[in-house]
Write a protein that binds this ligand. Structure first.
Ligand code: GLU
Length: 605
């Protein structure tokens, strides 16, 4: 249990950290782009709740941060409802088409190069975002879809100012905005890449969004737009030639369904967390790491721990390596193949795994554990996947005046997704299917279930991890991050900063992060920006190097130059109900507080 004094200090910091401290239960949105934050704020000002605001933010992001998310992608929306105290997840993860096969990314047993596969139609999963947002609005929102789409329609029609991040993403696109003429026409008009300060209007996208406002999501999943989606992924230019043709059909689109899921629940030092269940590894892997770390006094400098100390970083790295070894073997789409969720979070199992961690040394490459000792076969780690990390995707968090919370991570997978824009409709298609294992790993004799091998209709394993932190049964913060498999570690870093290091919400976001996403253990760490404080010192990095940790470069150099994630969060003080948000300076993170009309009932309008 955490001492009461520490909890008080934490609450105090939460409150003091609020730039605009207010006791009235205002709504707060925290988003990675100001125009999308404004779209959410507008819904709150119009009397909408957090779910309405989330819908507007998501659609606006499709316009102003199209490289990260949109209706051509998928995501996980976590909703905490004040009235019932329930936490629900709207899983709008993309699905493999019915014609997908386990070997489709390794036709001759050899994995396709990631770049080629991920810019081909073959990588496009059946998109879920629009169904997900519409489902959430119908069940828990109060405003119609058409109203939630309005800010996005205006942004697409009238244009907006290209920010530094979008300009950089176009300049460093790895070819993704150049391969397809429709994409180049939007982001490189006349062959010239858009730069910071340029205005970008997207008339095709505006028309699409208006059509959806008038006709609803069926206009996307059936009819001419569905036809255009299918053709785009079949015929897009690809270095793979015909082998890269997408396999999605009209039937796949028409049959797409979101899943409403219960969150996975984890515990850490007397706090409770609710997070993503499969097909995301977000909850399981984060909670495994937390459970393995609980026996170390991470917050106590007197015992050699504390933020950024070599001991703290070493045990974090080791716990990450162990959990990611498990993730590689055991976690996939539970609807397609049962994931041993309860076993992976079993306290005895995790105590055995944690016992492998030594505060002052580095273990050899760990194997996945066997969380099901009743099975006689032991699992082995799968071969290194060809997956790459992408810094993109997006996360936002919202609280409304009634206290409903939304924490939503949404993606088209890689920055610019597959790079395929649906001709005439102006939105990008995802490359989410490259989150599957490229080479099938199922091997009954070795005890490897092939949890994340491609299969028809299956959802690829995700790392997305929208999370709620509870204290005494009450939600005190929601947060999440983009960043591929580093998402899990961004969420972990923020959680430790709040719980162990007593940081304010903004400090917890600003602080430099550390991430390892494979059992082999290549360390990525931050420090390149002035706001990333306190630093991981060179002496600390040298200690880690001397233990044998890899990825940090030469002895004596500053190897902490990565940028990891982009966390947007809102916090609620359970005692007073006051709220505040915190956003990530790693992008154009923006917090807007909205005074919502007093005594406004939360009703469908
Ligand atoms: N496809 C990734 C996932 O679902 C997200 C991509 C990213 O964050 O860069 O975990």
């Amino acid at each position: 249990m955490i001492p009461v004094a520490r909890f008080r200090r934490f609450l105090l910091l939460f409150l003091l950290s609020s730039p605009a401290l207010a006791v009235s239960p205002d709504g707060v949105v925290a988003v990675s782009h100001p125009a999308a934050a404004a779209a959410g704020a507008r819904m709150l000002a119009q009397g909408g709740n957090a779910i309405d605001a989330a819908a507007a933010v998501q659609f606006a992001l499709n316009v102003v941060e199209p490289q990260s998310s949109g209706i051509g992608g998928g995501g996980f929306m976590l909703i905490h409802l004040t009235k019932t105290g329930e936490t629900v997840i709207v899983d709008s993860r993309e699905r493999a088409p019915a014609a997908a096969s386990a070997d489709m990314f390794a036709p001759e047993g050899m994995p396709m190069p990631f770049q080629q596969a991920s810019t081909s139609g073959l990588s496009v999963g059946v998109p879920g975002t629009l169904r997900g947002v519409d489902t959430a609005l119908r069940r828990w929102g109060t405003l119609p879809l058409s109203q939630a789409l309005q800010p996005a329609i205006e942004l697409a029609e009238h244009g907006f100012r290209v920010n530094r991040f979008m300009a950089e993403d176009i300049a460093n696109d790895g070819g993704r905005t150049q391969l397809q003429p429709e994409t180049a026409a939007i982001f490189r008009p006349g062959g010239v890449p858009l730069k910071e300060g340029d205005r970008l209007a997207q008339p095709d996208l505006a028309r699409t969004l208006k059509l959806l406002a008038a006709e609803g999501p069926d206009a996307f999943y059936r009819g001419p737009m569905a036809q255009a989606i299918v053709e785009a992924q079949q015929r897009a230019r690809s270095e793979l030639g015909p082998a890269g043709a997408g396999r999605m059909t009209l039937a796949d689109l028409a049959q797409y369904q979101v899943a409403i899921r219960k969150p996975l629940v984890g515990h850490y030092r007397g706090w409770t967390l609710a997070g993503m269940p499969p097909p995301s590894s977000g909850g399981l892997t984060t909670f495994q790491i937390l459970a393995m770390l609980e026996r170390f006094p991470l917050g106590d400098p007197a015992q050699g721990y504390g933020f950024g100390s070599p001991k703290t970083l070493n045990v974090m790295i080791e716990a990450m390596r162990l959990a990611f070894a498990d993730r590689a073997v055991w976690i996939g789409d539970d609807d397609a193949m049962p994931v041993p969720q309860v076993d992976l979070l079993n306290a005895d199992y995790l105590a055995t795994r944690s016992a492998l961690i030594k505060p002052d040394s580095r273990m050899g490459t760990p194997h996945a554990g066997n969380p099901r000792p009743r099975d006689t076969l032991s699992a082995r780690p799968q071969p290194q996947s060809t997956q790459q990390e992408s810094p993109h995707t997006t996360h936002f968090s919202i609280v409304d005046r009634w206290g409903n919370l939304v924490s939503y991570t949404s993606t088209i997978e890689f920055t610019w997704g597959s790079g395929i824009t649906v001709p005439g409709y102006g939105f990008l298609l995802n490359n989410e299917l490259t989150d599957f294992n490229f080479v099938p790993s199922g091997d009954a004799a070795a005890g490897n279930p092939g949890a994340n091998d491609v299969a028809p209709g299956k959802r690829p394993r995700s790392s997305m991890a929208p999370t709620v932190l509870f204290r005494d049964g009450k939600p005190v913060a929601v947060y999440g991050s983009p960043g591929g498999s580093t998402i899990i570690n961004s969420v972990l870093n923020v959680t430790l900063n709040l719980v162990d290091h007593g940081m304010s919400l903004q400090q917890a976001i600003d602080a430099p992060r550390l991430s390892v996403t494979q059992a082999a253990g290549r360390v990525a760490c931050e420090g390149g920006a002035p706001f990333m404080q306190p630093r991981f010192s060179i002496a600390t990095q040298d200690t880690l190097r001397s233990l044998g940790h890899v990825g940090l470069g030469e002895l004596g150099s500053d190897g902490c130059q990565a940028t990891i994630g982009s966390v947007q969060a809102v916090a609620v003080d359970p005692a007073t109900g006051s709220r505040h948000g915190a956003a990530d300076p790693r992008r154009e993170g923006t917090v807007i507080r909205v005074k919502q009309t007093e005594n406004l009932p939360e009703v469908r309008r």
